[in-house]
Design a protein around this ligand. Sequence first.
Ligand code: ADP
Length: 257
Amino acid sequence: MNDRTLVCSDVTMRFGGLVALDAFSLEVRPGEVVGLLGPNGSGKTTFFNVVTGLYKPASGAIRFGDQDLFRKAPSEINHAGIARSFQRCRLMLELSVFDNLLVGAHNRLPNGLFRTLFGRKAALRSIAAFMGAARDLCARFNPHIADRLFEPAGSFNMIDRRRIELCRALLGEPRLLLLDEPSAGMTHDETFRLMDDVTGFQRESPELSIVLIEHEMQVIERVSQRCVVLNFGKKICEGSYRTVVADPQVRKAYLGE
Ligand code: ADP
């Protein structure tokens, strides 16, 4: 098996009597963009929380290539190459863009963030290299961010804040990126621009796989190669966008048809 494939098998997550994920299985291969769909409360964010180690599932298996990630700590999972963005902006708005990026960089700094910050010459070299990488990456998303790396994150508009969050996730050089509703808080146009940024980046890093939770169906249609639909924690359909939107069970879950 390729060492970048995520394989989740029969994952079950309960909150008391509520089964938020019910023997859910999903495979994501390198370079794939998978849209994760389902009505509110169907278990999409729970799935991200389980994969990234924030929630500990009751049963199942989660592997990323040859690594067993089932019930592992978030830091270990991040180290294995999985990064995410959250529905609500998680930047520290009073801190500079650079400081925010540094928080996401512990994977990349050879001695870890704290040793690097409090170390000496070698540390300064790795900070300088990191700054170069941060500037280059931000410039790909918007040169304006790269030019204002030391200004507070709160001084940027919503789409640029989202871009900064993406850069923070990408600077750790993940192999799998989980995007939780990137459109939240943005206009239709901004969402499309942001997703074009993401797909543009992915074209240059074709091994990067993405799982995308998104309510804007046009975004899903435009960027995902495969869709998976959840309802009450169970997978009810999987296939191309066209297949899933035409599926009677999906229509029933969304529209009560
Ligand atoms: P979605 O992302 O599809 O809207 P969620 O994964 O957020 O759905 O939620 C799935 C179900 O799990 C919902 O019924 C939600 O209330 C419940 N749930 C999610 N997180 C928790 C939690 N930390 N404690 C209790 N119930 C939760």
